[in-house]
Design a protein around this ligand. Structure first.
Ligand code: SF4
Length: 322
């Protein structure tokens, strides 16, 4: 059979499609990624990550007669069968050329090629699925349920690289987080924790173990709800005893259940008192974000706040006059 895999809106690589690819190749099928027409393939899988793209992905899928569609942007119930979920991903599915166009931000062509190569060569996966918490804005509890172990560190290694991309939703809540970090350190792996850590659970021991691992980028965590101020700020201080503050980044959810005054308060505390890098994430739930929040996010995330107060930020001033 000829199998078409369509990564509809992924920003990096798609683990589910990589596992489907591994499964079908093991059956002797031919697998093609993204570039195919209905005449080229016998069966198609479409993965859509973002809810805002759901309709477009369904429209795309409708041209194929034998098609399955899934992904967080489609629904929270479609999952891979257990015999496919447990497979090692096909690390040959993506090429540098597939990932290169997805590289955003100001980078030279050489740097983009380097980053794209780094992404396709990295090992990727989950050690644990699920989360101990039930944040109402998050899909993880519904999609994955409570915390469950699904793999070992050795399962996540791609021999082409010493980087591992860890997709766990809440590493710091895992009962053996310190052992995991020690194993990653001892194997001399470089860790990319894509979903961040839960800084509210920070202890001096976890902070020390994190500091001993080589990280691919800054350590990120979140302060999403006003009620967690004390736990977040205490956790940041604990982490900072082992990991310098310039290596932290704190995501702030806005547009969920906070007022703008509360958003500004969190930003100010993080940037000027905790002295860590804030990063605004807008909760949209598939809808267009509020204009003030969009301007606020740009002003914070591009660090314009280091030069100009928000009420003098020209794009926001102009938007109010329009
Ligand atoms: S702690 Fe993080 S992963 Fe867990 S439910 Fe809350 S937002 Fe989701």
């Amino acid at each position: 059979m000829k199998i078409g895999l369509r990564d509809f809106d992924g920003k990096q690589v798609n683990l589910a499609l990589m596992k489907l690819s591994a499964y079908h190749k093991a059956q002797g099928d031919t697998v093609v990624l993204d570039k195919f027409t209905p005449a080229d393939v016998d069966k198609v899988y479409v993965s859509v990550i973002f809810k805002k793209n759901r309709e477009a992905a369904m429209q795309y899928a409708s041209q194929f007669s034998n098609v399955e569609i899934g992904g967080t942007g489609y629904d929270l119930t479609t999952t891979l069968p257990a015999h496919i979920e447990s497979l090692r991903p096909d690390y040959d599915l993506y090429s540098m050329e597939d990932i290169y166009p997805r590289m955003k931000g100001v980078m030279t062509k050489e740097r983009k090629i380097e980053k794209a190569t780094e992404i396709i060569n990295a090992g990727i996966g989950f050690l644990y699925r699920g989360c101990i918490r039930h944040c109402k804005f998050c899909v993880v509890p519904t999609k994955e349920g409570g915390l469950q172990r699904v793999a070992q560190v050795s399962d996540l290694i791609n021999p082409k690289s010493n980087i591992i991309t860890l997709l766990d939703a809440n590493l710091t809540s895992e009962p053996d987080a310190i052992d995991t970090l020690h194993e990653i350190r001892d194997r001399k792996l470089i860790l990319d924790i894509t979903q961040g850590i839960d800084v509210r659970l920070m202890t001096p021991e976890i902070a020390k173990a994190l500091s001993e691992v080589k990280m691919l980028r800054s350590l990120h965590y979140a302060w999403d709800l006003m009620g967690f101020e004390k736990q977040v700020l205490t956790g940041i201080d604990t982490l900072a005893t082992h990991v310098k503050r310039w290596r932290h980044m704190c995501f702030m959810l806005v547009g969920f259940n906070t007022t703008f005054a509360e958003d500004y308060y969190r930003f100010h505390k993080l940037a000027f008192e905790a002295k860590v890098d804030p990063f605004v994430m807008i909760y949209t739930n598939g809808k267009k974000a509020d204009a003030k929040l969009r301007h606020f996010a740009r002003w914070v995330n591009a660090r314009v706040y280091t030069k100009i107060p928000f009420n003098e930020y020209r794009p926001w001033v102009k938007a109010q006059l329009a």
